[in-house]
Design a protein. Structure first.
Length: 201
């Protein structure tokens, strides 16, 4: 019985030590890099505003010409614009759109860039072709690409995401490809190939 109790106490102390080390390491990172803390805090504020903000604001596109160009007050915290729309409601709505676009761009760019970078770094005969395509995409100015896409398909949220994703994919591809090329030359990879592991030429 005492042995089981000792084991339980040891497990609990080990878990407590591990959690305290994680807390200390996280605090140390934030202390050494205050930009991480402030950036995370700003992102958290934006998420909270985007989630609960619409519960306390009016319709961001509702027109009220009688109350146009009102200064900040108890009724309109940020005032109104030249069409009488509540500026605070429009800021909250803009936070929602910004978070959706940012998250979509990050996910799509990382997924596509990871796949293309892995294939390009692992299959050598595709590397030259894919890298020339990525160079071509990086040579296109982002503003001109956005203007061209909007003029062709209209100013929609999907068009904005595509216009931002296309210039970001080559950056992820190059990073992943460089990591794959460095890992290919590691001794354990060469040993696996020497032992007869099948690879793609």
């Amino acid at each position: 019985m005492s042995t089981n109790m000792d084991q339980v106490d040891f497990t609990e102390s080990a878990d407590a030590t591990l959690s305290s080390r994680k807390d200390v390491s996280l605090l140390a990172i934030m202390w050494r890099h205050p930009s991480v803390f402030w950036g995370g805090l700003l992102l958290a504020v934006m998420v909270v505003v985007a989630v609960i903000g619409p519960l306390f604001t009016v319709d961001p596109v509702a027109l009220n010409p009688i109350k146009r160009l009102k200064p900040p007050s108890a009724e309109f915290w940020f005032g109104t614009d030249f069409l009488g729309r509540d500026v605070l409601a429009r800021v909250v709505h803009g936070a929602q759109v910004s978070l959706v676009v940012g998250l979509a761009v990050a996910v799509i760019a990382v997924v596509l860039g990871l796949v293309i970078g892995l294939v390009s770094g692992y299959i050598r005969w595709l590397d030259a072709v894919m890298m020339r395509v990525m160079d071509g995409l990086m040579a296109i100015p982002g503003i001109l690409l956005a203007i061209a896409l909007i003029s062709l398909s209209g100013a929609t949220l999907v068009t904005v995401v595509i216009a931002i994703v296309i210039p970001e994919i080559p950056r992820v591809v190059r990073l992943v490809r460089s990591v794959v090329l460095s890992v290919r030359e590691e001794p354990y990879v060469e040993a696996a190939i020497a032992a007869g592991t099948r690879t793609i030429p």
